[in-house]
Design a protein around this ligand. Structure first.
Ligand code: FAD
Length: 452
């Protein structure tokens, strides 16, 4: 066991921890980043699977994500646009296939009016929410007591409108069923992206990708930090007092003046604290849980859907794969589709054998794109639920009532212990932008607290 001393020890080499470490080092402080895995990046992971470059974790960049966009520019990384020419596909309740352009699904005129009206009402509510302080909204407590599903039921009797609007936050973002999180949590999700309209606009929220993959961000940040990043170093114990901390990881022990827990909040309790964290933190962290989604990649010899005039963008609140896109990798002449199977649907297919699951998922893709979707040359399902150092996807959110009750304390430091993660962000919540934003803010707070 080697023992070292630093000003700040950072636990977790995801985008958040590495951003904080970079800022602290720039400010003249010494750092050590302890990472449990044998790679940096956490939920950013670009890999070669059977000859195809795939983003197993986060990949898209939207125009409002200026913290991420600044980091990309600073690291010299280039972006490219998601392919989106042509028409989109929507499947109705009976499986009927309809094509459309724009954001509003091709539904009956009455349902369309309800969807437009719901979006307007959500946008108006979201405009009243400060994503960094949703608990300050005058109706925060009431909105946090009602599930998003119940809230939608109070707004419209149109089930298809409710399912579609619900899908944008439940299946597509928080990746939990709409009965499992509050209306306030849903509003935070939308406010963190600027508006609810942004979430329904795939051209906005899923705008750009990074050449070489988004894991380039943590890889390049870690490269600059050099020997200050320790891989295969899961932190098991954290001793802390007003004098400082000792982080004890496999193979290395770091004594420091401050620590940043840059891990998903659901993993905070995996570490033993001496003394234990205060009552508030021990309670609060039990009220956050990870969503769950399978990101499926299917690579084909050609992007065959484009020949049919399809953009690749497809949705249905009734399908196993509730959304799918053209995800062809920059410079690869083959065509790639990415689809998502979320929350209870993901539980359902994980009860089946890998072969049955693959068959069901490809079948679902074929409902959107036709028979050719059944025969990819490369097929890959990400399974973040079985990753010990993540335990779900995309990120963590509060249970009913938790956001109003605990949200304001989520990032409050405890003595020398600071917290930093995308799952604790306001703007950019659950996104890489939020991870970076909170990383900068946490580093600033530590720099200020250590100033002579
Ligand atoms: P993490 O990336 O989770 O980093 C935490 C790190 O801490 C990990 O490396 C972990 O190994 C380490 N760790 C945990 N416990 C310990 C311990 N005890 N000791 C040492 N190390 C520890 N975001 C977008 O912006 N756009 C997208 O398109 C997008 N799509 C996504 C798709 C998927 C499938 C997933 C999973 C996520 C997606 N996201 C997306 C979300 C985005 O990837 C995350 O919000 C972001 O990467 C989180 O960064 P982080 O640093 O806060 O946390």
């Amino acid at each position: 066991m080697s023992s070292i001393e630093r000003d700040v020890v950072i636990i977790g080499a995801g985008a958040s921890g590495l951003t904080a470490a970079t800022d602290l080092k720039k400010a003249g402080l010494t750092v050590a980043v302890l990472e449990a895995r044998d790679r940096v990046g956490g939920r950013l992971w670009t890999d070669d699977i059977d000859g195809a470059t795939l983003e197993i974790g986060g990949q898209w960049v939207s125009p409002d994500q200026d913290a991420l966009i600044d980091t990309l520019a600073e690291l010299g990384l280039e972006t490219y646009s998601r392919y989106r020419e042509g028409i989109n596909v929507y499947l109705g309740e009976g499986g009927e296939r309809r094509t459309f352009e724009g954001e509003i699904f091709p539904v009956a005129p009455t349902t369309e009016r309800e969807i437009v009206s719901l979006i307007d009402r959500l946008d108006a509510l979201v405009a009243e929410i400060d994503p960094d302080r949703p608990w300050d909204h005058p109706q925060a407590k009431e909105l946090d007591e009602i599930s998003f599903r119940r809230w939608l039921e109070t707004q419209t009797e149109d089930e298809e409108a409710r399912r579609n609007i619900g899908m944008f936050i439940a299946g597509a973002m928080l990746t939990k069923p709409a009965h499992a999180f509050s209306a306030l949590q849903a509003l935070l999700m939308a406010a963190s992206a600027g508006s609810f309209s942004h979430l329904v606009d795939a051209d906005f929220i899923l705008d750009k990708r990074v050449k070489g993959g988004l894991q380039q961000v943590p890889l390049l940040l870690a490269e600059r930090l050099g020997d200050d990043v320790f891989l295969n170093a899961p932190v098991r114990t954290l001793r802390w007092s007003d004098e400082g901390v000792t982080a004890i990881a496999d193979g290395v022990e770091v004594r420091a003046r401050r620590v940043i827990l840059a891990v998903p909040p659901v993993l905070i309790s995996r570490i033993s604290y001496e003394p234990p964290l205060p009552r508030r933190q021990q309670q609060m962290h039990q009220h956050l849980s990870m969503g769950f989604v399978i990101k499926v990649h299917a690579v084909y010899e050609t992007p065959f859907w484009r020949e049919d005039g399809l953009s690749g963008t497809a949705f249905s609140p009734y399908e196993l794969v509730h959304e799918a896109y053209d995800n062809s990798y920059h410079g690869d002449p083959r065509g790639t589709l990415v689809g998502f199977v979320s929350d209870e649907a993901a539980d359902d297919v994980f009860r089946q054998s890998p072969e049955e699951r693959k068959a069901r998922i490809l079948e679902s893709l074929s409902h959107y794109y036709g028979e050719k979707a059944l025969s990819p040359v490369v097929y890959y399902e990400s399974d973040w639920g079985s990753e010990e150092w993540t335990r779900g996807a995309y990120a963590a959110s509060f249970d009913m009532g938790g956001l109003a009750r605990y949200g304001s304390d989520l990032r409050t430091p405890v003595g020398p212990v600071h917290f930093s993660c995308s799952d604790m962000a306001g703007r950019g919540y659950q996104h890489v932008d939020g991870a970076i934003r909170v990383g900068h803010e946490t580093a600033d707070a530590i720099i200020a607290s250590l100033a002579p």
